[in-house]
Ligand binder design. Structure first.
Ligand code: IMP
Ligand code: MG
Length: 186
């Protein structure tokens, strides 16, 4: 999966390369095109991490979709989950009577997604689907609905393709592991 060398300072190793991501995004888009062929979905991107995945995924899909975004707090500037989830920005669109497709960057403990799904289910959508680019292999994660996953990765802190560390590295076109020195210096 390492189809290029990291050039960015602080990056130790690429976990999922750009070509692998783009290939997988096309596969997911094909599946979603088929699933939502008859009723156009409301794609809900979870800010800020899902922006890269959301924009690539929606452009790889051929059916017409509606998009909206929600922002929830998760980590702050730390790499550890706080368990506290808060809505920072709600949807503009009405969810009632719609097919909702939640687009997430990564499922780690699963707490953020669990909270978000609870909120959305109470608004009476037709159904809710979940697509996440990454899911960590984590035995103690909560059991939460994830219908499609791009890549299952080891339980390591990763950055790139929307994912940040202290607000940085979201712009990288691949998913990578940070140098230990960067994490311990913050
Ligand atoms: P969860 O609530 O523990 O599942 O965490 C979900 C959110 O935390 C994700 O949507 C990310 O924004 C963030 N997150 C979790 N793991 C990582 C990581 O390895 N790198 C960067 N952000 C992460
Ligand atoms: Mg997120």
């Amino acid at each position: 999966m390492t189809d290029q060398e990291p050039k960015t300072k602080g990056i130790a190793r690429i976990l999922v390369g750009e070509q692998a991501i783009q290939q997988r995004v096309r596969e997911l888009a094909r599946d979603l095109d088929a699933e939502y062929r008859d009723v156009s979905p409301l794609m809900v991107g979870v800010l800020t991490g899902a922006i890269a995945f959301m924009t690539d995924l929606m452009r790889a899909m051929t059916i017409p979709v509606t998009i909206d975004f929600m922002a929830v707090s998760s980590y702050g500037a730390s790499t550890k989950t706080s368990g506290v989830v808060r809505i920072l920005k709600d949807l503009n669109e009405d969810v009632e009577g719609r097919r909702v497709l939640v687009v997430e960057d990564i499922v780690d403990s699963g707490l953020t997604l669990q909270y978000l799904l609870d909120v959305l289910r109470r608004r009476n959508p037709i159904d809710i689907g979940v697509v996440a680019l990454l899911q960590k292999e984590k035995p103690d994660a909560v059991a939460v609905q994830v219908d499609r996953v791009g890549f299952t990765i080891p339980d390591e802190f990763v950055v790139g393709y929307g994912l940040d560390f202290a607000g940085r590295y979201r712009n990288l076109p691949y998913v990578a592991v940070l140098d230990d020195r960067i994490v311990s210096n913050e």
